[in-house]
Unconditional design. Structure first.
Length: 396
């Protein structure tokens, strides 16, 4: 190339790797770059302008081998130029790093060992990844991957939120009814007041049933539409994967991953969404509690915070055990699918006893993982249930 801006060449190459088409000459012209290499600060600004998230850092030789899917990485060399680290692989000789130097006389990937890399590089790198908008349908798979499909049903979820808030308000009808019965009806023996209150509570219960039905119906309709779009996108993504992925990943694991889609969607649009809506009830009930008694309301909040702290303390351990459970179940399902698909081979080689032993081992691991998860869940539930039952005793 006619220009010597190695950093710009590396930046545009990495941008193209992430699906951003950018012209290096245009970047040089727009940023009025002279013959010298741009500074790291200017490079970060240019990266942000073209849609990349950039983060400078310093890595040791050993750290390069644990980066995984972070590659490609831009390396800032000792001579002021830049190169692209496209991968790293450890071996018995200390490992090698694959780099692309845009200013090299011969194009292509160079494999450098520790000594060769240290001669030109002191550890400075810039991590680069594409910045995806929240509504971008082409972002990598993750929780944000579901957001565009959920936002397409924002009208339905808005109506669900309104119905949930109305249910919170109507939930006050029953305690207010019993309070008025005790304070007004029983004290004054007023049957006419009782009839009025009875009619009022019946009307409130009718509206409660209507809003409850609407909330569940709207949620069902919205989630079905989301499921249809997500399953279509997921299957299309599965078909677009290279053949190498299917040759290195067992069919059972792939099927297991595909089955998790609905569970993730149910968590986002079901449990998490309705938990967030139920949390809005605190804005209604907490002021009412304090209006009755500041002392008792504070005591209730203390118990709630204590239960929350217990749950938060259990989350890391629970997550580790769930990951172990998922891995064990994935291995068991992978073996089941592979055995069914290769049953002719199993019969021909007469390896049924070996398959049974392997199945028993995988089943034992999965059952043990289930037990560990259930044990922790039971312990957490026992503690929180005890505190929940202790609260009314302390209040009395």
């Amino acid at each position: 190339m006619s220009y010597q801006h190695s950093a710009i060449q590396c930046l545009t190459a990495i941008a193209q790797h992430h699906g951003i088409q950018i012209n290096p000459e245009r970047l040089i012209h727009d940023n009025a770059l002279a013959d010298e290499e741009p500074s790291t600060a200017k490079l970060l600004r240019i990266a942000a302008e073209i849609g990349l998230k950039a983060k400078p850092d310093s890595l040791s030789w050993e750290a390069l081998f644990v980066q995984g899917g972070v590659f490609p990485i831009m390396a800032r060399l000792k001579n002021g130029h830049s190169a692209i680290i496209v991968g790293a692989r450890s071996d018995e000789h200390g490992g090698r790093v694959a780099i692309i130097d845009p200013l090299a006389t011969t194009a292509g990937v160079e494999l450098l060992d520790h000594a060769e890399m240290r001669a030109i590089w002191n550890g400075d790198v810039i991590f680069l990844k594409r910045h995806h908008a929240l509504t971008d349908p082409n972002q990598p798979f993750g929780l944000r991957w579901f957001v565009p499909e959920i936002l397409k049903q924002k009208t339905a979820f808005r109506d669900i939120a309104i119905a949930a808030i109305m249910l919170h308000l109507l939930a006050l009808a029953s305690p207010i009814f019993f309070q008025l019965v005790i304070d007004k009806v029983l004290v004054h023996q007023s049957s006419s007041t009782l009839w009025v209150l009875a009619v009022g509570i019946v009307i409130a219960l009718v509206f409660d049933a209507i809003f409850g039905f609407l909330r569940q119906y709207l949620a069902l309709a919205a989630t079905n539409k989301i499921d249809m779009r997500l399953t279509r996108r997921t299957f299309s993504h599965l078909l677009s994967l290279p053949i190498d992925y299917f040759e290195t990943t067992t069919a059972g694991v792939i099927v297991r991953h595909m089955q998790q889609l609905e569970r993730i969607r149910q968590f986002l649009t079901g449990r998490m969404f309705f938990t967030a809506l139920d949390a809005t009830a605190l804005l209604i009930f907490i002021p009412i509690l304090f209006s009755y008694s500041v002392k008792l309301a504070s005591l209730t909040l203390v118990f709630a915070v204590l239960i929350g702290c217990i749950v938060a303390a259990l989350v890391p351990t629970f997550q580790r055990r769930l990951n172990a459970l998922y891995s064990a179940e994935g291995k068991r399902q992978a073996m089941l699918v592979e055995t069914v698909h290769g049953m002719r081979t199993v019969k021909a080689l007469a390896i049924e006893p070996a398959q049974r032993r392997h199945w028993d081992q995988l089943s034992a691991q999965a059952i043990l993982a289930h037990f560990n998860v259930g044990q922790l869940s039971i312990g957490g539930n026992a503690i929180t249930d005890f505190l929940s039952k202790l609260l009314p005793v302390v209040i009395i």
